[in-house]
Structure formats: structure tokens, C-alpha cells
Write a protein that binds this ligand. Structure first.
Ligand SMILES: Cc1cc2nc3c(=O)[nH]c(=O)nc-3n(C[C@H](O)[C@H](O)[C@H](O)COP(=O)(O)O)c2cc1C
Length: 392
């Protein structure tokens, strides 16, 4: 993997795992990245800055009140210089200080200024990690959009075992890669719906479909990593999402419509990936129907609202509305019909065979173009869709 041209700032805290961060710095440098390190006072109790200077070929920064670098506002320059920041080991103390906005040394002051993606690699005794304070602080930071890798479970330096080991340097590197995505969606507000919907027949039975919600989640995750503020309206069973995504879980099409409309009123873009049930039961039963209750029963269905068409028809609609269409044949023809009927700006047409699977291919269809998207994975498919959105 080449990180040529990428600039990584490593913020090094005062934990016993500092020596393993030296290997991380070496790997990043070997991959072609320019690596600069900031060490806290405690970190320097464990390992000398010389180790990191020798490995990175760069001066290690340690002081906030440094007359030479602060003439040029060094803490601000370092924050602006980096494409991404890794904090390793992220000690309990650093995590607490970041969560509370304390800026009393070089690293914590950089973190107050930093608007780049930050990856925390925590390492500490397992009781320290499990403590209510650390868990609260880490959740706060995740909700603010910072990323976390690890800690891993295993034998700890203190002799105890449990969750608290610093992740392997290669694992930290792999977790950092997506953060180097360009921040080209900063300032945009996206609303995405995903997953199936489920319509109640009685108190326990549902009409639903095979949609997995994976593509919607991938789009939402990528958009948030690229800087957008994202709201995901998620149907039942939709996989976990990035903590910085505002996620609203719903069950029925009616609930999804309400949530989508209220979120879309403030959005720049709405993407409808959800497989919304076209029908619902006209009169769902209260409680659980028994086998005998169903003798001679006929079930009356009524049409559900067309969510994406309703969003496209809103008075203050998002600037762009993108729909998905799963078809069995004549994908482009059907997509063009839907484009006009629903009043949307683009349709991603895909094959019903892809539903619920990890396969991904389709067509980007607008009034003027129909481009095939052939991807190796749903992840690449999601990335291509975002690129088409940005280019169109
Ligand atoms: C030998 C030793 C090992 C330590 N290891 C850790 C550790 O792995 N994780 C941690 O959060 N704190 C650890 N600490 C405590 C931190 O050094 C201490 O909280 C310090 O204030 C953290 O400084 P920082 O904010 O610069 O990271 C250790 C302390 C000692 C003396």
C-alpha cells in the first residue's frame, strides 16, 4: 500500500505501549507517508523523542511554549499540515482531556484546533478502559466524529488480561486508510434511507423483504468519512453505522416517511436506498392471531406512500434527490420511466439478484446519461455512486 504524498501526525500519549508506536511510525514512513510526531511529557518518560526522530526523519514536537515554532503558531500549523491524526497510545488521561476540551499542552491544543480525521488507538489496563468515565469520554469523542481502533483483548503489560491492548500497528494503519478519503463533502447535509420496511399484520407477524441495508450504510459511512453530516433512516435489521451518523430506526413505511420528510427538510441531498414495502395491511389485528382465527380469512392490502416521490415533491426539497430501482430486466428503460414519474434527479438501477447479497453492479441513470457501474464490491459500488453524485 502506498501512502506517498500523505501527511500523518502521530500524537503519542504516556502509556507503556509507546514502544509499539515506534513500529507504527516505521510502517507509515515505509509506506511513503510523511510522518510527524507530537509526544506528551508522560510519553517522553517511556521513550526518548530520538527514537521517533530517527524513524521519521522529522523533528519531534513536544512543547506548546516553544519560542521558535510558536512564532509561526506551530500548534495551528501542525493541525493544518496533517491529512489525518493518529493518537497512540490514546491513554485514559488523553481521552478524558480531549473529551473535555482541555488544551494545556501541545497535543491537547492541536486537538482543539484540528479539523482533520482523528483515529484514537486506546491502550490501558482493562479496568481503566471499562471505567464509566473512560467509556463516557470515548462515546463523547465518537459522537463528535473521532474514530477508534481497538483496544484488543489479551495479556496486558500490567500482568492482567482483558480488553486494553494497543491494536497491532498494521491494524491501526488499516483503520486509518479510509480516513484519508478526501473531505469533499464538508458542509453538506445528506439524508439516506436504508434497509427493508416491515408492515404489521398482527401483534407478532410482519410483511417485510430481503433488503439488507448494507449499501445504504456504506453510502452513509463513506459520506460521513468524506465530511458530510449524515442522517440515516434505518429499517429493521440495517447493520451498525458509524457513530457520527445520526441514525433513526423505524419499522413501517409510514414511520420511514415521517422520519425522512422531517430530516430531508434541511438536507442538500436525499438518497433512497430503502426497499420500502409497496403495500401494508389495511387493518392490522391487535394481539396474536390464532390458527383458528384465520379460517376463510382474506387479507386486504392498501398501497403505501411512495417515499422518494413525496420527498421530491416537497416544497423545500433537497437540492438533489436520488432513487434506487431494483429491476429484473430492461433496467435503463424502467429507470428512465421512474425518473420522470417520481420527479427525482437520478436513479441507480440495479438487478434484483443483488438484493441482500454482497454483489454490486448497476447503472447511473439521469435524463441525459446512462452509465454502467461495474464494481468488485458493494464498497466500491457505493464509492462510485458518490463520485457520480459529485460529478453530475
Ligand atoms: C509504568 C506506567 C504505565 C502506564 N501505562 C498506561 C497505559 O498503558 N495507559 C494509560 O492510559 N495510562 C497509563 N499510565 C498512566 C499515564 O502515564 C498517566 O495517566 C499520564 O498522566 C498520561 O499522560 P498523557 O495524558 O500524556 O498520556 C501508566 C503509568 C505508568 C507509571
Amino acid at each position: 500500500m502506498s501512502l506517498s504524498g500523505k501527511r500523518i501526525l502521530i500524537g503519542i500519549g504516556g502509556g507503556i505501549a509507546v514502544y509499539r508506536v515506534a513500529e507504527l511510525a516505521r510502517l507509515l514512513k515505509k509506506s511513503g507517508a510523511q510522518v510527524r510526531c507530537v509526544m506528551t511529557k508522560s510519553a517522553r518518560e517511556f521513550v526518548s523523542p530520538l527514537t521517533f526522530e530517527a524513524l521519521t526523519g522529522e523533528t519531534v514536537h513536544t512543547e506548546l511554549f516553544d519560542l521558535t515554532s510558536e512564532r509561526e503558531m506551530g500548534h495551528i500549523q501542525l493541525a493544518r499540515w496533517a491529512d489525518a491524526v493518529i493518537i497512540a497510545p490514546a491513554t485514559a488521561n488523553l481521552i478524558a482531556r480531549f473529551a473535555h476540551g482541555i488544551a494545556d499542552d501541545l497535543l491537547s491544543t492541536i486537538m482543539q484546533v484540528c479539523d482533520k480525521p482523528v483515529l484514537l488507538a486506546p491502550a490501558m489496563n482493562s479496568s481503566m478502559w471499562d471505567s464509566a468515565a473512560t467509556q463516557h469520554n470515548i462515546t463523547t469523542l465518537e459522537q463528535r466524529g473521532l474514530y477508534v481502533v481497538g483496544p484488543e483483548a489479551g495479556e496486558l503489560a500490567c500482568g492482567e488480561s482483558g480488553s486494553g491492548r494497543l491494536s497491532e500497528p498494521r491494524t491501526i494503519m488499516a483503520a486509518m486508510l479510509p480516513l484519508l478519503e478526501i473531505q469533499d463533502l464538508k458542509g453538506q447535509r445528506w439524508v439516506i434511507n436504508a434497509g427493508p420496511t416491515a408492515e404489521a399484520w398482527d401483534g407478532v407477524r410482519l410483511l417485510t423483504n430481503r433488503a439488507s441495508g448494507k449499501l445504504g450504510v456504506l453510502l452513509a459511512d463513506l459520506a460521513v468519512i468524506r465530511g458530510a453530516a449524515v442522517t440515516l433512516i434505518a429499517g429493521p435489521g440495517t447493520p451498525a453505522t458509524h457513530p457520527a451518523i445520526q441514525r433513526i430506526d423505524v419499522e413501517s413505511a409510514a414511520q420511514m416517511l415521517t422520519a425522512c420528510k422531517s430530516a430531508a427538510a434541511e438536507a442538500d441531498l436525499f438518497i433512497a436506498t430503502a426497499a420500502v414495502s409497496d403495500f401494508r395491511f389495511e387493518q392490522p389485528h391487535q394481539g396474536k392471531l390464532k390458527r383458528n382465527d384465520t379460517a376463510g380469512m382474506s387479507v386486504k392490502m392498501v398501497a403505501n406512500p411512495d417515499i422518494v416521490a413525496e420527498i421530491a415533491a416537497m416544497e423545500h426539497r433537497p437540492k438533489r434527490v436520488i432513487a434506487f430501482a431494483a429491476e429484473a430486466t430492461d433496467h435503463i428503460t424502467h429507470a428512465r420511466i421512474k425518473l420522470a414519474k417520481k420527479g427525482v434527479d437520478a436513479i441507480v438501477a440495479n438487478d434484483i439478484a443483488n438484493m441482500g447479497s454482497d454483489r454490486a453492479s448497476g447503472w447511473w441513470v439521469t435524463e441525459t446519461e446512462a452509465v454502467a457501474i461495474n464494481s468488485d464490491s458493494k464498497h466500491d459500488f457505493a464509492r462510485s455512486i458518490i463520485n457520480h453524485i459529485l460529478e453530475s
